[in-house]
Design a protein around this ligand. Structure first.
Ligand code: SAM
Length: 319
């Protein structure tokens, strides 16, 4: 565990400056405080292969301390980083649990998924959310999981097999091109976009922030706009698109949505909220004035001791 001062020194200076320029000092401090502590492990119980009570009993018998969270029946939060221990459990080998950060579990829960639907996961590797969606759909229907990076596609396929997500087929395409090829096809689309990853910066993992540079943010924002447009083309009229990132800056979040709303009139925002998950209406007054008021419906999860920073926005293509 480090101090805020240490976080200020170690994280990229341009990022720290941005935080205090764009948000209130209170938020800047909170974000640095979260980065200064290691993230406790969390897992999702794979309901295709087990149930939460069986997994809880097993964790107890291994002497592991954990708690449940009010917004997901399948999520368990450990008291500290316990990855090594969790990976040595038989439940891990059998694909009955999946190690996933709490924030990463949120986007699929915001989509109105149901068994039998036809879903597209546009940026899918390593498959945390693909396999979560297969469980939520009780392995009924169909999920197309797309990934552009061939090595990451292999990891995705491995995880799909291990989790027993039998309704998933994979695809290796540039996601920006999928919409044009599969127009108005899917009931729902998840665009869990590649991003600069600021929500995952932790001092105990220098890898998490080492390659961050201001131009990376702009590059990601350009790609994200194209991926989101592609996702919207691919969804059926009346269908839902969930856009998410694990980053903090507004260029990859609010600005991407604002640009989309300006460019097309067939899209509306719906509230992205989960019962039991407290989210901060985190933008400063100035920021709120700059963005279309509909953006208040989006969800910002600020980095906290237990959660990575995330942004989620639920959209519907008008029928
Ligand atoms: N949804 C994944 C999960 O929950 O496990 C995480 C997705 S990660 C945030 C973004 C993914 O998008 C990366 O695997 C990256 O390789 C992939 N990606 C990057 N550019 C892409 C593109 N043009 N088309 C499709 N996928 C892309």
């Amino acid at each position: 565990m480090y101090s805020i001062g240490e976080a200020r020194k170690r994280l990229p200076q341009d990022y720290v400056d941005y935080l205090y320029r764009a948000f209130t000092p209170k938020f800047g401090d909170a974000v640095l405080q979260a980065a200064a502590r290691p993230l406790p492990s969390s897992l999702r119980v794979n309901t295709l292969k087990s149930d939460v009570h069986a997994v809880m009993a097993s964790l107890r018998s291994c002497g592991l301390k954990f708690q449940r969270v009010p917004w997901s029946k399948e999520a368990l939060l450990l008291d500290a980083p316990r990855e090594k221990c969790l990976r040595s459990m038989a439940e891990y080998d059998r694909g009955q649990i999946y190690l996933q950060s709490l924030s990463s579990m949120v986007p699929p829960l915001l989509l109105p998924l149901a068994p039998g639907q036809n879903i597209l996961d546009l940026c899918a590797a390593p498959g945390s959310k693909t396999t979560q969606m297969a469980s939520l759909m009780q392995n009924q229907g169909s999920i197309t999981a797309n990934e552009v990076d061939i090595l990451r596609l292999e990891r995705l396929q491995y995880n799909i097999g291990k989790q027993g997500s039998t309704i998933v087929g994979t695809m290796n395409m540039d996601g920006t091109k999928v919409g044009r090829l599969s127009e108005n096809t899917f009931d729902a689309v998840l665009v869990d976009a590649p991003c600069s990853g600021e929500g995952r910066f932790r001092l105990d993992e220098p890898k998490s922030y080492r390659s961050w540079r201001p131009p990376l943010v702009q590059k990601m924002a350009r790609l994200q706009k194209r991926l989101l447009a592609s996702g919207l083309d691919a969804v059926k009229p009346g269908g839902h698109v969930l856009y998410s990132t694990c980053t903090v800056n507004t260029a990859e979040n609010e600005a991407v949505i604002a640009a989309l709303l300006k460019a097309r009139d067939d899209v509306e925002l719906l509230p992205a909220r989960l019962t039991g998950l407290k989210v901060t209406a985190g933008l400063t007054q100035t920021d709120e004035e700059r963005w279309p008021s509909a953006l208040k419906l989006a969800m910002r999860i600020w980095p906290t001791p237990n959660m990575e920073g995330f942004f989620c926005c639920l959209l519907r293509k008008r029928a």
